[in-house]
Design a protein around this ligand. Structure first.
Ligand code: SF4
Length: 455
């Protein structure tokens, strides 16, 4: 069995499963956020009754992160609904934006979207936060009401996005009926060259198979190339499995996974025992190809979908009006470091916005110093508009007052993961997906630029 089949067999207490089997799976963690949480809670209460209790208050993780730092009253209210529910159900892992468990969240328009507005529990973008806070464990099943939940596949677990109706059912039962997907095998060899990142790898792979090339399939990434990648690159790659239509993305477990998970568990006092699945020599794939990481070059996805791959070096004629670094895919500490190395001591030529994925990333940017100057200051001095409020921000547009939102037709290059029309705001804006290094180089020139020009 493939890694995904082994995980699903274990979660359904079966010896064996095969693609196409419909099986009842026990869920280890269910995550929801401010956009889908209220709807999920509504389904749960409607179907299980107003007095119903969630199946396990320690396994439901609630992370407000999407439409947070906005004056929009309906968005603010969504966070209050989550807080009421967490209190009523005794949900242990609710990463509230404010510290008062009985308070109401209200955006402070005087501080605006730039100055810090969150308390001590806030965790930032859900997928990055799940890993940071010790909720991603090898061998487990993690479901979330967000399509990029597949990011946790980096940790050798079955992780996928589900809708509010399914999530409402999981809330009440801890189980879900899942069809076992076929597995596509991406055997990675070689190592990334300077200036090339995990984002280039996944944009290349999606470009090879098309933005629907893995529809309802597992994408398994393994081989010596996969093992050479750090956990952040693996997270970026697994995150975008859904951009090829994938049910999930998954990596093998190794010493890097082990170190990351144990460290996160220790930091957060989270559960540290886990049982990874290992490659089975008899595994069968519906697609099997080898990719040499050393041959991959800085790659972008052109408008209007993540499958429109092109080499950055061949797109210098694409003019840009905005650059954006942030999101679960491209707002991690390592992403900002790659970006800052390129812009250090220079000035960006176009409007450039920076949104750390989590408060931890923000803290890192302030504490990591190069020649006595923090990375945060390197960004600011180069002209990047940085917000102290980590979150999804303009990755998915959001309300009009969202930091970095693309409110007019323009070309924007971003470290985010999705570029369908309207994704970052205006329907006529064109979004180009790229690695943090490519976004940084492009911010300096105002056109799509290969970052190797600045190495
Ligand atoms: S950062 Fe973007 S892709 Fe990630 S969870 Fe938020 S909206 Fe979704």
């Amino acid at each position: 069995m493939t890694l995904t089949e082994q995980l699903l067999a274990r979660a359904s207490r079966r010896e064996k499963v095969a693609p196409g089997d419909n099986i009842w799976v026990s869920v280890d963690v269910l995550m929801t956020h401010d956009v889908c949480g209220p709807g999920t809670i509504g389904v749960f209460k409607r179907e299980f009754g107003r007095e119903a209790r969630v199946w396990d208050a320690n396994r439901v993780v609630i992370i407000p992160d999407h439409y947070i730092f906005s004056a929009d009253a309906k968005c603010n209210r969504n966070v209050d609904i989550l807080r009421e529910f967490a209190r009523e159900q005794g949900i242990r892992h609710f990463y509230d934006i404010i510290d008062d468990p009985k308070g109401l969240w209200k955006f402070d328009s005087v501080k605006g979207p730039v100055k810090r507005q969150y308390g001590s529990h806030y965790a930032g973008v859900c997928h990055t936060a799940l890993a940071e806070r010790g909720h991603t464990r090898p061998g487990e099943v993690l479901l979330g009401t967000d399509s990029h939940t597949c990011m946790a596949g980096a940790f050798n677990q079955f992780a996928t996005g589900i809708g509010n109706t399914d999530a409402g059912f999981v809330m009440g039962t801890g189980r879900l009926l899942i069809k076992v997907p076929e597995t596509m095998h991406f055997h990675l060899v070689g190592e990334l060259q300077p200036g090339v990142m995990g984002k280039d790898v996944i944009l290349h792979l999606i470009g090879e198979i098309g933005f629907d090339g893995a529809t309802y399939r597992a994408m398994q990434f393994d081989g010596p190339g996969a093992r050479s990648l750090d956990m952040d690159d693996r997270m970026t790659i697994a995150n975008m499995a859904i951009e090829a239509g994938g049910k999930n993305g998954i990596f093998e477990f190794d010493a890097k996974t082990d170190a990351f998970v144990r460290e996160a568990a220790k930091r957060n006092g989270a559960k540290a025992d886990f049982d990874p699945v290992e490659a089975d020599p008899g595994q069968k794939f519906v697609f099997d190809r080898t990719f040499d990481l050393s041959k991959i070059e800085p790659t972008i996805a052109k408008h209007p979908d993540p499958g429109q791959k092109a080499l950055a070096k061949q797109c210098g004629d694409i003019g840009l009006q905005r650059a954006y670094i942030g999101s679960c895919t491209g707002g991690k500490t390592s992403d900002f470091l790659a970006f800052a190395k390129i812009i250090r001591g220079k000035r960006v030529k176009i409007d450039t916005f920076g949104v750390p994925a989590t408060p931890q990333v923000l803290e890192d940017l302030r504490s990591i110093k190069w020649d006595g100057k923090s990375v945060w200051d390197v960004m600011v001095d180069a002209g990047v508009q940085m917000t102290e409020n980590p979150g999804c921000a303009a990755c998915l547009g959001g309300p009009e007052d969202t930091f970095g939102r693309v409110n007019q037709p323009m070309n924007c290059i971003a470290t985010t993961n999705r570029n369908f029309p309207g994704r970052m705001g205006h329907k006529e804006a064109r979004v180009f997906l790229a690695s943090p290094a490519t976004v940084a180089a492009s911010a300096l020139t105002g056109r799509v630029t290969d970052p190797r020009e600045y190495l």
